[in-house]
Design a protein around this ligand. Sequence first.
Ligand code: FPP
Length: 245
Amino acid sequence: MFRFKKKEKIEIPLEVPKHIGIIMDGNGRWAKKRMQPRVFGHKAGMEALQEVTIAAKNMGVQVLTVYAFSTENWARPKDEVAALMGLIVEYFNKKIDELDRKGVCIRMLGDLSAVPDLQRETALRAMERTKDNKGLKLNIALNYGGRQEILRAARRLAEKCADGEMRPEQIDEVAFEGELYTAGLPMVDLLIRTSGEERISNFLLYQCAYAEFVFVPEYWPDFTREVFARALETYARRDRRFGKV
Ligand code: FPP
């Protein structure tokens, strides 16, 4: 049982997943319930992300990967896309000091070449600033798609073969995983999705091969560290067999 005695103090007698992925869903519905614009929900979502990141670090999670903006999210109304892009910059400006102080190492997953200059440069600066940090690895998926990531890895390996750097028969799981955005990191142990939706939505398709899925009804802005701890308890009760008996 997780217990929060006081701020930032957590008892952890459970097996903690090494790598957690989170689909932070429900910001829009959270805002609508309060008769507020959707961006109000995204802003609250940014605060939830900070709380959960610090909680993950305190619980001894090694890697946390969050879905901030998918390759499909560009199809949202223009003003919402602009607001989300604005929030990316606000997030790094406001939260980077605390994340850096706590030893969080940030990595961006996704095609940053298609992201506006300001967002890309701000994100790359955050990555550079925190690259030597030894604490929690926080991966932020921005303009990310799981299928695109797999295709990109296949293309990169094909190019290596065409250049004579490797032979097709040398393509194995290790080589393939080395071309994913998550190269060098463990596969996902636990995938959490908030807001009651139960689908993977093109997130970490390769990395979730043996992940446990936990779907919680709370909208993302209501995903407090207590709800997070409950999701970890659910995970700890699962019997992971990896295809064996
Ligand atoms: C899904 O909720 C959420 C997103 C598409 C954006 C996630 C972004 C944040 C949590 C903002 C903070 C993150 C960073 C890195 C600044 P939805 O809008 O689809 O909600 P709905 O399903 O209720 O409409």
